[in-house]
Structure formats: C-alpha cells, structure tokens
Design a protein around this ligand. Structure first.
Ligand code: B16
Ligand code: MG
Length: 219
C-alpha cells in the first residue's frame, strides 16, 4: 500500500531550470563557452559543481581554472540564481501540482523532497509549500547524486516508510534510475521515451492526480 510520496523539485514542482539556465549562461559567457540549448538541457538534475565542470569542458580552456577559481565561479552563479528564485511566487507552481500536493495531504499521505538543489528550502518557501513536507533531504550530506539511489533511499527514511510504500516523482531519467534503485514505485513526468524505465508515466504535471495514479497502478 502506498503511504507517501518523494518529490524531485526542478521540473516536477516548479520550473527552476530556466533560472539555472539564465545564471549559467552568464558563467558560460565569462569563461568563453558558447551557450547552447543542448548544454542547458544537459545540466538538468546535475549538481552545481558538476554543472560548472560541464560548462568548462565545453570551452577551450577547461584546464586553466584552479579549484579556487571554480569555487568562485560556482558561488557567483549561485548568488545570481538566488536573486532570480527570490522572484518565485505560488503562481510558479507547475500546473496541477498544488492541487495534487493538497489532496495527498488531505488523504493522509506523507511527503518529502529528494532534490539535488541546495536551494530547495528557499524555493519551497517562495512557493508557499514548506508546510506540506515532513522533510527535505540535504544534498550536501550525500555520497553520490542521482542516478545513485541514495537520495531517494534517504527520502523514504525521512518519511519513516518502507520503500515499497513510496512513490518517487521525477522528470529526469537519472532520477528515475535513482527511484528504481531505491526500490520505490517510479512516476515519470515527461516524454515516455526518455523516461522509459519509469513504472508509471505522465506526459505533464497537470495529469498527476491520486485517481489517475490509482488507475495506472491497477492496470
Ligand atoms: P543548486 P532537481 C537540480 O534540481 C537542478 O535540476 C540542477 O540543474 C541543479 O544544478 C541542481 O538541482 C543543484 O542546484 O545549485 O541549487 O544546489 O531536479 O534535483 O530538483
Ligand atoms: Mg528534476
């Protein structure tokens, strides 16, 4: 029996990717890397330092940046990004997700956050959603990021539930691998070719309802 949900944040609850994109675009200009949509796409779900490394690797001078330079670039990006997410309001919750979170809460399901973002607490506060979640996994305490199962294993521990009683929601294929590895039911939101390993698939957030989930699980 399902008793809880573990949510990814970016791409599931809000579209913060566009703000990451804006802030990383500035970094790319600064280090001489050409900014492309493909590069922006490849940064989704990847940690801050891994994202920076990808941007440097796409330029011609990746070797000329010391660890100290990288720390400074990442800090600067994050300050720019935080300015952008301070403009978020509850209006920015992806279609249907506020309704879904409320109905899950009303029906006694417990919810936690499994996001690679160290800014998740700030984002949830801006969106007015903090109170719905019993906990947020702190990505700074993880040994490995998605696709490693660790973050979703921890998200179920936060809920105090067995993995089989939890549905993990994700928009990235690395995230689906993490949920499956953690032994949970994986719910993919997006293209079912990209998220082919998800147990359940929904094309968009507005289709995620308790009723639709129950129907898909009994099929
Ligand atoms: P931060 P998710 C991820 O969020 C983003 O998709 C990814 O682009 C970002 O680099 C990562 O969080 C870390 O974010 O710099 O705020 O710590 O999809 O795991 O919710
Ligand atoms: Mg995501």
């Amino acid at each position: 029996d399902i008793k809880g949900f573990a949510f990814d944040l970016d791409g599931v609850i809000a579209d913060t990717a566009r703000f990451h994109g804006q802030a990383w675009h500035q970094t790319a200009d600064e280090v001489g890397t050409t900014w492309t949509e493909e590069l922006a796409e490849s940064l989704k779900g990847i940690s801050r330092m891994d994202s920076l490394q990808l941007i440097l690797d796409h330029g011609d001078h990746a070797d000329s940046f010391s660890e100290k330079d990288k720390e400074l670039l990442a800090t600067k990006k994050n300050l720019n990004y935080q300015k952008l997410i301070e403009t978020l309001t509850p209006e920015d919750i992806l279609p249907g997700m506020l309704e879904f979170i409320r109905s899950a809460d009303d029906n006694g399901y417990k919810m936690s956050i499994a996001s690679a973002s160290k800014n998740a607490p700030l984002i949830l506060k801006q969106l007015g959603l903090t109170e719905y979640f019993v906990g947020i996994v702190d990505p700074a305490t993880l040994h490995a990021g998605k696709p490693d199962p660790e973050i979703f294993v921890r998200a179920a521990e936060v809920l105090g539930l067995a993995p089989t009683a939890v549905i993990g929601l994700e928009d990235s294929s690395a995230g689906i691998d993490s949920i499956n590895g953690a032994g949970q039911v994986s719910l993919g939101i997006g293209d079912d070719k990209v998220l082919s390993k998800a147990t359940l698939n929904f094309k968009q957030t507005s289709l995620v309802t308790l009723e639709n989930i129950k129907n898909k699980m009994t099929n």
